[in-house]
Design a binder for this molecule. Structure first.
Ligand code: DUC
Ligand code: ZN
Ligand code: ZN
Length: 472
């Protein structure tokens, strides 16, 4: 691959922005230097990427995706190949997806199967978290092996979905103890699934089958209650680190903020859908148009200031990460199951391609700074999940994962605009945002530029992750 210099741009990191050029040698960044520095090659000496007038930021790190995820008899519609290609188009150079285990299954079998699905298929680098859906002696015994041998430093548990992924409080406590002891991070889907299932059954029995009832049967109180319980269980388990996924409600954010204020090691993630889409404007649409927006946690009411609070949470660091929970399903043979009621519809929204641009819009509207955009979408996710400094920051020695972002252009999202995800619709249809992904470099290779996608399927490598950079 040789040497490349990214010239003329403004390099952005969580701590500031500088006029600097970036020298890449093969797969690594070897220098970040003032434009007149002697270390930089003269014009014409090496390949150049012109970043004049652009921001030069680390490749995006999306720590929550679900490519080709089996859900009942369906599978999420992006394969590892199509989903990582779409991610590359969106300035993402690393994803962390999930290997899965359920009751009666062996953890390491699920991991091996997931490796077989992803290997040779990814355009960008990838890693896995391990979902533990059946906490028992056997699965608990396997947890330390994940970090010691497999390069997997986080587990995900569910307080929702009784009968499939659900863990009761005793199981959660035991898994947190084991993960904490091994130096791993516990991620939590925090919704009270037992109460939600009662509300869902009642709604269906009453004939309330439209998509909006997906949201109404998963009220903010049940997200907040589960978040509170997860925080307490993490404390009782030995003050182990906890990461709340896809946080959507103000009330859950309050629980996280309270815990953090008390010095607890609790981190939380939100997703673009909760910052921009709402129960009334999207989930309440009739038929399949509303079903397209079924995801869990659900979109919240625009009358309850959740979005305003989430942006404030991002500013205050009560929300440390923006990920997508990319879990796309098509309308045909997927979301169209709304004809059988909202409980039959697969859960999930696609967005891996649009996170960087959508969150940059928060910079344009004054919700967050340019530096905070990079921190929440690149650097902190890499640190929290044990990939920094290799990923997430433009520093000498890091992998040369770099995005040239042009703030002067605009990007229209949706099937008629920029859309490479394997979906027959877009939740983001017609939204125009400021800025555009200009060039994407992954481990020293230009994988996206004005001429299109160059990254080949299979070039992405599995990333063995270190211990999370969080305090015990
Ligand atoms: N939770 C996720 O994190 N992803 C898809 C569905 C869900 O409930
Ligand atoms: Zn979840
Ligand atoms: Zn998810």
């Amino acid at each position: 691959m040789g040497r490349i210099v990214v010239r003329g741009g403004t390099v952005v990191s969580p701590s500031g922005r500088w006029r600097a050029d970036v020298l890449i040698d093969d797969e690594r960044i070897v220098a970040v230097a003032a434009p007149d520095a002697a270390v930089l090659p003269a014009a014409g000496e090496v390949a150049e990427v012109d970043a004049t007038g652009c921001y030069v930021i680390p490749g995006g790190v999306d720590v929550h995706t679900h490519m080709q995820l089996p859900m009942g008899d369906l599978t999420s519609s992006d394969t590892f190949a199509s989903g990582t290609a779409a991610a590359a188009w969106g300035g993402v150079t690393t994803i962390v997806d999930f290997a899965s285990q359920q009751v009666g299954e062996r953890v390491l079998d699920g991991l091996e199967a997931r490796h077989a699905e992803a290997e040779g298929q990814c355009v960008i680098d990838y890693a896995f978290h391990q979902t533990i859906g059946g906490v028992d002696d056997d699965s608990l015994a396997a947890i330390p092996t994940l970090i010691e041998r497999e390069g997997i430093s986080s587990i995900k548990l569910f307080m929702a979905y009784p009968g499939t992924y659900y863990s009761d409080d005793g199981q959660i406590l035991r898994a947190m103890q084991v993960a904490g002891e091994a130096g791993m991070l516990t991620m939590m889907h925090a919704e009270n699934g037992i109460a939600i299932d009662v509300l869902r059954a009642q709604a269906m029995a009453a004939g309330d089958t439209d998509a909006i009832h997906h949201g109404l049967t998963r009220p903010p109180e049940l997200e907040a209650e589960a978040t509170h319980r997860a925080v307490q269980l993490a404390k009782v388990a030995g003050n182990v680190p906890l990461y709340i996924v896809h946080l959507s409600a103000s009330q859950a954010l309050e629980e996280v903020a309270r815990a953090r204020h008390a010095g607890r090691n609790v981190l939380a993630e939100t997703c673009p859908q909760y910052l921009y889409l709402s129960l009334e404007d999207h989930l309440a649409r009739p038929g399949v148009d509303g079903a397209a927006y079924i995801c869990s946690t659900p979109l919240r009411s625009r009358h309850e200031h959740h979005q305003k609070d989430l942006w404030a949470g991002l500013r205050r660091d009560d929300l440390a990460v923006v990920a997508t929970d990319h879990c796309p399903f098509c309308l045909v043979d997927g979301k169209d199951r709304i004809s059988e009621g909202f409980t039959a519809v697969p859960n999930g929204i696609g967005g891996v391609e649009h996170r960087m641009e959508l969150i940059y819009q928060g910079v344009v509207t004054g919700e967050i700074t340019l530096e905070r955009w990079v921190e929440t979408c690149c650097t902190t996710p890499a640190r929290v999940f044990g990939m920094h400094p290799r990923k997430g920051e433009i520093v000498p020695g890091a992998d040369a994962d770099i995005v040239v972002f042009d703030p002067r252009r605009k990007t229209t999202l949706g099937r008629a605009g920029k859309h490479h995800m394997a979906m027959d619709h877009s939740p983001w249809e017609g939204i125009t945002v400021d800025g555009a992904i200009d060039t994407v470099i992954s481990r020293g290779e230009v994988i996206v530029d004005a001429n299109g996608l160059h990254g080949r399927v299979g070039r992405g490598r599995f990333l063995r992750r270190d211990r999370p950079a969080v305090l015990r």
